[in-house]
Design a binder for this molecule. Sequence first.
Ligand code: GYE
Length: 381
Amino acid sequence: MKRNVISMLAATSMVATLALTGCGGSKEAATTAAPAETKAAETTAAVTEAASVTEAAKEVKETEAAAGNAGGLINVGFAQVGHESDWRTASTKSCQDVFSEANGYNLSFVDCDNDSAAQLEAVRSFIEQDVDYIIIDPIVSTGWDTVLTECEDAAIPVIVIDRTIDDSDKYTAWVGSDFTKEGKAAGEWLKAYADKKGISEINALVISGTTGASAQLGRSKGFQEIADKYGFKILDEQTGDFTEDGGQQVMESYCKSYAGKFNVVVCQNDNEAFGAMTAMDNAGISYGPNGDVVLISFDSCTAGLEDVKAEKITADFECNPLAAPFVEQVIQQLQKGETPDKEVYMEEHWFALPDAIVDFSVDGEAQTMTEVTDAVIEAQY
Ligand code: GYE
């Protein structure tokens, strides 16, 4: 609860900062000049498009209001990925809390149960309902252009949260995380930690998230890039679908195939790590800061951080699920006819116990790690 408030305040000031500094673009400035220019051009085009969608939507809304049809509530449709993880539960709760009737919204929520076809159907049902705004957390990053064109034709602004859409820019705004940076952070931390502990050779097993989700693609890419940089060996990478069961199954098979050959396990979310720990317990393999295997996780939900505190997970890389307050800001900006930033990145932290807090940089930028204490766990989601 406390964290919610802090995040909402942070959200407010972050959006304000982004609006003032145009920070949505400055992120791109960190990459090479050519892609940044291309991206900037794309962003300008998309913003122009977004503005015309906003205009059209405004006209529709004005007509509805004149007809006494608005009922005072803003209709929002949310096509959620599913319910596969603690992270997802926190994301859903955040949206339901923010888009409540008390706050002036009527929320149509669809849990797409990790089924991409069902998610497209959900979006089409929102178009049929003629909602005012559509929020999509895309299960996979491709296959979106047709349905987004349909949203555009219906003059319904689309706000994408969390995972990205990579094959269409027909959405008004995206609010989410830099998954590649998360993967790189895990890799750079591992190098610094291994150096501190005198671990000279890294033999890693990766349990990845849902294949084709941008969260999976980014974390895999980021970690692989650092593995290549330092010569870590990645023995295998198989999907655990971001679930505890999936993590356990993959780890059971890894324990058989790679017995005695690995010293690092990277789980792309906490729930997979919970499953992997069960499998390693059953196989008699020790892990965590005092064990034989360095265990890395992503998300840093409450239960994940409890396992860091319990010396089971060695380091946990946060992915912040509380995007809804940012989305509300975007909707309020659109309501006023303003143009929101096309991209907003969530603020995230890297967590460990003191002995695993080491200095490292990502793309030349020094990172700060957060010690897991009871107060930190209490404030998490
Ligand atoms: O890491 C995982 C969830 O898309 C970032 O999806 C999200 C991921 C998150 O199921 O726990």
